[in-house]
Design a binder for this molecule. Structure first.
Ligand SMILES: *Cc1c(COP(=O)(O)O)cnc(C)c1O
Length: 397
């Protein structure tokens, strides 16, 4: 299938709507069709031989890709300013796919410590079984990261912003550190999205998004994407076809549909996040708010310099509240539903102690920076006035 750029594509929404798509599509349809095929057929034996010998671009078998997937990958690459993209069944499948493709026994990975807990778990509990060593250093401590690099180090990993503390990584400094030591770099930019930050332009080698969150945007799909150069992704693409954590054509269609409104949605998430954070910062029952858009945030200046917006996630601590009093505020909210995840139309609220860290020891929770009085709110697309009024009644009870 031919994919041509569809006229001028400088604006973010223009890219989100048109990039990666052929102007004239199968069946003269304006949207890309779903190819619900597990396999793709050849006209005759010579066509199979030509495909193998000359690598004609076409489909072969569903596990190796499908036409709708290529559209979505090109669209996401255009949004990120990357050469190529690689879709997966989930964000975790994408990070596991990258780490498995790039690391060998004896290799080392260095992480900033405020990383997604399942990524940390995969490295510490599972990559270690294959002889890969994981080192963690404090988020934002670039000297510690540099000291942790050895001749065996193959990858530096961080999230930015981090979850739930919303720390921001200086992407240029992070990328430069990797380049100086000949080590590749990966940023999980799920919380930023390609709208709010551009790690590839800053020199980062790989960007990961859980497309389950803002990119899909409707709390109705699971997907993950890796973005990088074609050359860097080639071995990762080959392993994806073997690991088999592939996304279904129907899910890709939901993702493509979500992406059409991506800029409109992220602007609203940014606005709601900022308004809610400003409200909370003024509330007498709130001890501290973590939101990079607030001047009180330790990374505010870096965030203003490097980000277009600060996202919909707001974390805060209640003043003089034990875990039960904190849970009471969560339970009193009427608009946000209680649940993990973020980035969808529906706001979500949760107490990290209960939702993600309940089975940790108190010592581990302290090490991860998860106090009992912490609440995380993922602002959706509702009206900010309603979200604020709802939080006000929950806090004033
Ligand atoms: C949700 C999330 C992931 C995992 O993505 P899934 O699509 O749930 O597998 C990874 N990183 C971050 C920052 C996330 O928020």
């Amino acid at each position: 299938m031919q994919h041509e750029e569809n006229g001028p594509t400088s604006g973010f929404s223009t890219k989100a709507i048109h990039a990666g798509e052929a102007r004239q599509k199968l069946g003269d349809s304006i949207t890309d069709p779903i190819f619900a095929a597990s396999t793709y057929t050849f006209t005759d034996s010579q066509a199979v031989i030509d495909f193998i010998e000359q690598g004609h671009p076409r489909e072969e078998y569903g596990r190796y890709g499908n036409p709708t997937e290529k559209v979505a990958e090109q669209k996401l690459a255009a949004l990120e300013g990357a050469e190529a993209g690689l879709l997966y069944a989930s964000g975790m499948a994408a990070i596991v796919g990258l780490l498995m493709a790039k690391l060998n026994a004896g290799d080392e990975v260095v992480f900033f410590d405020e990383c997604y807990h399942r990524s940390r778990e995969f490295c510490a509990k599972h990559l270690s079984r294959f002889g890969v060593v994981t080192r963690q250093v404090k988020t934002g401590d670039y000297e510690a990261m540099e000291s942790a690099i050895t001749p065996a180090t193959k990858l530096l990993v961080s999230e930015s912003p981090t979850n739930p503390h919303l720390s921001i990584v200086d992407l240029q400094r992070f990328a430069e550190l990797g380049r100086r030591h000949g080590v590749e770099t990966l940023i999980d930019a799920t919380l930023a999205t390609p709208f709010n930050s551009q790690p590839i332009a800053a020199g980062v080698d790989y960007v990961l998004h859980s497309a389950t969150k803002y990119l899909g945007g409707h709390n109705d799909l699971l997907a993950g994407v890796l973005l990088s150069s074609e050359e860097r992704l080639e071995p990762v693409r080959n392993l994806r076809g073997i690991l088999g954590a592939v996304i279904s054509p129907q899910t890709i269609q939901l993702l493509l549909r979500g992406l059409k409104t991506f800029e409109l949605r992220i602007e609203r998430h940014n606005e709601n996040g900022l308004r809610v954070a400003q409200f909370l910062a003024e509330h007498p029952r709130v001890e501290q708010v973590y939101y990079p858009g607030l001047p009180s945030h330790p990374y505010h200046e870096l965030a203003c310099r490097t980000m277009r917006g600060f996202g919909g996630l707001v974390t805060f601590l209640l003043r003089d509240a034990d875990w039960r009093a904190t849970a009471d505020v969560v339970d009193a909210a009427r608009i946000p539903r209680i649940g993990p995840s973020l980035g969808g139309a529906e706001s979500l609220i949760e107490q990290p102690l209960v939702m993600s860290y309940y089975e940790c020891t108190p010592e581990d929770r302290q090490a991860f920076g998860i106090p009992d009085n912490m609440i995380r709110m993922a602002c959706g697309l509702e009206n900010a006035d309603d979200l604020i009024a709802d939080l006000a009644q929950a806090l004033d009870r």
